[in-house]
Design a protein around this ligand. Structure first.
Ligand SMILES: Nc1ncnc2c1ncn2[C@@H]1O[C@H](COP(=O)(O)OP(=O)(O)OP(=O)(O)O)[C@@H](O)[C@H]1O
Ligand SMILES: [Mg+2]
Length: 229
């Protein structure tokens, strides 16, 4: 689904800073992969590269078999909208829109469905993620866990191949965290999409198919968080 080979990301300031250092990895269809590591080790930087939100300084990233090197901003934007979905620690829902419109927005933007069909799909997704009866509320009227489920529904809007999540349970209590974790886990099993999630949460990581440790911008498979064997 996503493959990266010898990818590095260097910030060229007065003193160059290497955020990601020669990382090669492959995400398979239907896989639930957790990225873990100490604070500041480059996990978010790696996720932005995987999600085509940032561009490598060197190396190659393929998404859905296509080499993304050298694509311009428009082409990358199309790729992101049609093939990838994102969930962040802070939900980034638009407060001035209803929950339903937040989920319908990326569907309308892609422009493959009529407005009516976009709303119907958004409505189905919200029901699927346990948000029946919440469609016409504003994000501010929901709990943190509900908002994060709206964010997952929105990430699913255009049937992405891969969902990239950066600490999706970082702001949630343990019950809401387990709920979000189980929804993402179930999604990979039932729809054969892949999830790549950065997390500090050992219970979240315990359900992953694979855990990738990142230390100092490099893959370190010996790295283990506290509380995980
Ligand atoms: N725009 C930037 N300018 C300078 N340094 C940066 C920039 N973005 C990130 N960094 C540095 O790069 C390193 C990796 O950052 P990154 O956010 O990827 O880490 P992380 O593993 O996600 O950390 P956390 O667990 O705290 O979220 C950190 O040392 C950070 O300070
Ligand atoms: Mg981070």
């Amino acid at each position: 689904m996503i493959r990266m080979e010898h990818v590095s990301r260097v910030l060229h300031g007065e003193v160059p800073v290497t955020l990601v250092d020669d990382v090669s990895l492959q995400i398979e269809r239907g896989e639930f992969v957790c990225v873990m590591g100490p604070s500041g080790s480059g996990k978010s930087s790696l996720l932005y590269l995987l999600g085509l939100l940032d561009v490598p300084s060197s190396g190659t990233i393929w998404v859905d078999g296509q080499d993304t090197t050298g694509l311009d901003d428009d082409a990358l934007g199309d790729f992101r909208l049609s093939r990838l979905g994102y969930v962040f620690q802070f939900h980034f829902l638009l407060q001035e829109f209803s929950v339903l419109d937040n989920v319908a927005l990326p569907i309308r933007k892609l422009g493959r469905l009529t407005d009516e069909a976009a709303r119907a799909r958004a409505s189905d997704l919200l029901d699927q993620f346990g948000l029946t009866g919440q469609h016409h509320k504003r994000p501010s009227q929901l709990s943190g866990g509900q908002r994060q489920r709206v964010a997952i529904a929105r990430a699913m809007a255009n049937e992405p191949l891969v969902i990239l999540a950066d600490e999706p349970t970082g702001n949630l209590d343990s019950v809401a965290s387990a709920n979000v974790r189980d929804m993402l886990r179930q999604l990979t099993r039932e729809t054969n999409r892949s999830v790549v999630a950065v997390t500090h949460d050992a219970s979240f990581a315990s359900v992953a198919d694979r855990r990738i440790g990142i230390v100092d911008g490099r893959i370190d498979m010996s790295w283990r968080p506290d509380g995980l064997a």
